[in-house]
Design a protein around this ligand. Sequence first.
Ligand code: CTP
Length: 444
Amino acid sequence: MSVVVGVSGGIAAYKAVGVVRGLVLRGHEVHVVPTEAALRFVGAPTWEATSRNPVHTSVFDDVAEVRHVALGQRADLIVVAPATAHTLAKIAHGLSDDLLGTTILASTAPLVVAPAMHTEMWRNPATVANVDLLRSRGVTVVGPDDGPLTGGDVGPGRLSEPDDIVAAALARVTGPAGLDASPAAVPGARHEEVRVGDLDGLRVVVSAGGTREPLDPVRFVGNRSSGKQGAALALAAADRGARVTVVGAALDGAVRQGLVARGDVELVDVGTALELEAALAEHAPQADVVVMAAAVADYRPVSVADGKIRKDDSGDELTVRLVRTPDVLAGLVARRPVGQVVVGFAAETARDRDDLLELGRAKQRRKGADLLVLNRVGWTTGFGADDTAVVVIDADGDVVSEHAGSKSAVAGVVWDAVASHRSARDGRTSSPPRPQGVSTGAGA
Ligand code: CTP
């Protein structure tokens, strides 16, 4: 992938060397575009040595090549680290008085900025407004982190760690842990293709991962869910303007890191089905949309041993008694506030589409969600894989969409279905909107 790393003039410019190195080591073609001020902190030879490419700052270098257009058009991703208050303001307002400004304007690649400045500058209403404007246009903002700053003061304003910036930047293009082809941010996907803002201001809660039910301090009953689909849903919603909380059950490490590095998604870690239920009881009531992508254990051990279960004590056979866990999704549907949309997932091993639909429709009647996303899981499909195939049905069991592809692409399809559901409902009802999909819902 071709990545432009813009570096603006702050003391944190030295940390951007780690960002460039991190991208190069992952095999990306990196072009560094420092501002003149950045070169006062870290010189061109350092950027050239780490990026293995020549460095320019002026639009007047190699004019015949029209460098800013060439760099901008070729880029699959632009990362600005550090982004000073001044550079954020310039990007927000489309100012282009240097090579970095013109490159960004000439590009439609996903843009990731990592701000670094003193706390007062970060909190200044001008910076706050500029950052809001950038976010509303689909720009990913990583950090800043909280901590000691160069002047001896402490607060938000530190440049995020280079590894976190690299992870967030790549997640913007490929999804967490290498998910490919987010419709919001595939390499070469352009801003105009991104459905930025159609979930603007909505509060979204997504459950992700798979719960683990302990048997003893070191063992659990679990499932193979990685959390990739839930994370892809969360990132896609954030890209489209939602405020997102993820209730993550035993997320795969890289998936979790991708969410954390992203910076604008709240993450609540849980372990068991009961913990997941409690976290959702706290966060779901305020949400406009709740998506239950987590694979929740249906049973948990009746008792949890205080110490490790030992073979010497158990003999050749061990019987574990399990008890049902609550159906969290059905509970959410039963208690949902007026207007909230609840989306469930159905993991089925049925191979045949008709069987999948039949099982899905039965599950829909039991659960009562507004939309149910049916997906096939098996030894090699579904859990942990990067690709998946889904059929989305509504409360009446009618198919509203179908898609096979990356989990990021599927996330886009699910949010499209949510957005259509909300607009159809709002068109049907007078304000305030009523909950839909309960006619064949819980208890039916
Ligand atoms: N779910 C839940 N609580 C449970 C089990 C499942 O909230 N105890 C949710 C899942 O998050 C998912 C939906 O219910 O959104 C369907 O999960 P799935 O595992 O497909 O179905 P189950 O309800 O577990 O039914 P079965 O195992 O019989 O297929």
